[in-house]
Design a protein around this ligand. Structure first.
Ligand SMILES: Cc1cn([C@H]2C[C@H](O)[C@@H](COP(=O)(O)OP(=O)(O)O[C@H]3O[C@@H](C)C(=O)[C@@H](O)[C@H]3O)O2)c(=O)[nH]c1=O
Length: 188
């Protein structure tokens, strides 16, 4: 497994090894021991799977507040996404900054998005399926969203943001200026 740092501290891109043969490939997409050996010890308790029918679908920017905050390990099993994390830890030197990584079924890349970050993605092709592991359970009362195209975050989605498919919740998500972050930054 190859672990790459991103421009945002604590967000990692991970590429598990693939063993190719005449049939295709085999890959361990998550191995708790290998993660622990790399100094990453997380207790993932829920796996999610979403399918978006059309390219240009945005899901995000989402978070769950403490005590149900989630670390997430995101990957794509069909199609591709522009996957985004935004640091919203109060006191972080990167507060309000974002990074994006293209994850696809083909490249097998994964993005680790820890607690304290907003997470969202744009599907780049039709019928894209995203699966991700979370370290806490879904808690609707702790669920929150911030507008994906908020100018004060300024994510360059590489897409006409006036022409995306959104859930009603995401279409009505609050602006970043009105968002009161429930997360604080603890430098290691
Ligand atoms: C996230 C979630 C949703 N649901 C239900 C609630 C709702 O009826 C339906 C669809 O939920 P949503 O519209 O919130 O789904 P979606 O917009 O795909 O939400 C997801 O977006 C990505 C970017 C994330 O990072 C995830 O953590 C999650 O917030 O599924 C669960 O039962 N369990 C869950 O863990």
């Amino acid at each position: 497994m190859n672990i790459e740092e991103t421009a945002l501290k604590d967000v990692f891109a991970i590429t598990p090894q693939r063993f190719g043969d005449d049939r295709g490939f085999f890959s361990e997409t998550y191995n708790r021991q290998a993660w622990a050996d790399a100094g990453l010890d997380y207790n993932f308790v829920q796996d999610n799977h979403s399918k978006s029918g059309a390219a240009g679908t945005v899901r995000g920017l989402h978070y769950q507040s403490p005590p149900a905050a989630q670390d997430k390990l995101v990957r794509v099993v069909s199609g591709s996404i522009f996957d985004v994390a935004v640091d919203v830890r109060l006191g972080s030197p990167n507060f309000g900054k974002w990074i994006a990584v293209e994850l696809s079924a083909e490249n097998g890349k994964q993005l680790f998005v820890p607690k304290g970050f907003l997470h969202g993605f744009l599907t780049l092709v039709d019928a894209t399926e995203v699966v991700y592991k979370c370290t806490d359970f879904y808690a609707p009362n702790c669920d929150g969203a911030v507008r994906f195209d908020d100018p004060s975050i300024g994510i360059d989605w590489g897409w006409d943001t006036g022409n995306v498919i959104l859930s009603e919740k995401d279409a009505n998500a609050p602006s970043f200026d009105t968002f009161k972050s429930p997360f604080t930054y603890e430098a290691l």
